[in-house]
Design a protein around this ligand. Sequence first.
Ligand code: DAH
Length: 363
Amino acid sequence: MAGSGASDPNRTLGDLDALAAAAARTIEQASTTAELERAETATLGRRSPLAEARRALGSLDPEARREAGRRLNDLWSSLEALVARSRAELARQERVAALVADRLDLTEVVLATVRSPLRRGHRHLVSTTRDALEDVFVAMGFQVAEGPEAETDWYNFEALNIPPAHPARGMYDSFYLEVGEPETVVLRTHTSPVQIRLMEAAVAADSIPIHAVIPGRCYRRDTADASHLPVFHQVEGLVVDEGITFADLAGTIETFTTAYFGPKVHARLRPSYFPFTEPSAEYDITCTLCLGAGCRTCSGTGWLELGGCGMVDPAVFAAVGIDPEVWSGFAFGFGIDRCAQMRHQVADMRSLLESDVRFLRQF
Ligand code: DAH
């Protein structure tokens, strides 16, 4: 080539173009970075035809050598640029392919659980009922409060106008944790002691009025049967403000009853006795099974007992240092478990203690 090129510079340029075109095709055909490495060596390496052509330039006339040299440099640079572009594109394709191959198939997890089912838990009916009751009272402007489950005799009884040896203590078959020194401690038999704690705190903070509901667990030495549990849940209510009357109590109870149980269920208050309220009343609701017609569940009366209520007794105000000449109030307390039972027709209260997920999943 050197000999013939020396005599015909145009031919040399044509040869260079043809070599470069062949080199470009080789580079473009490489479909992996490894193939591209080999194509680069073959087309631009030391033993490539173009490298040979460069070495042969020495035998051309000075004029022809300059021209062919310029052409060769241009072709060389554009081939190097082509290699760089191909390398970037092939590297990108290979990265994507690697990511696709590496992808985690999350549907596998689902398939695995279908094969060996992981059972989901379920919120307890008592918890969902407590939340629903709280929602109704919060919408009516009440705050939600809590108190301890182990209470001293003072909070559970004395401050609630139930002194030692008072016959009303017989209503509460208490679990005693400590008797006498330094003080008597019981598992609270009702949520009413939290009334005392709230009133004490409000007196200390000078923050009466009080509008609060207090849900919580209570304990009595009942043996469990279809309608009694030794551990049960109550929601207590307490309102202390100026000018509160029994009509406020009755209106609040009726509003709650229709909001929670639906418009066909109403409240009835029957005169009763509790040491911490005067006057006191028993709180009944329309039987949720027969809607008042009378059935076995309500012993034909059309009513079911839910809890108690009344106007805060002045003796209770005295125990916490609230002036009954300025303030008056009402209180109520009823069973959360009983609400769940009545709204969902739970035949046996003991199902509520067992936490059997097959039972809970129904609600
Ligand atoms: N503490 C009572 C009980 O467990 C229920 C009760 C009755 C609560 C009347 C009250 C109330 O706040 O005013 O039997």
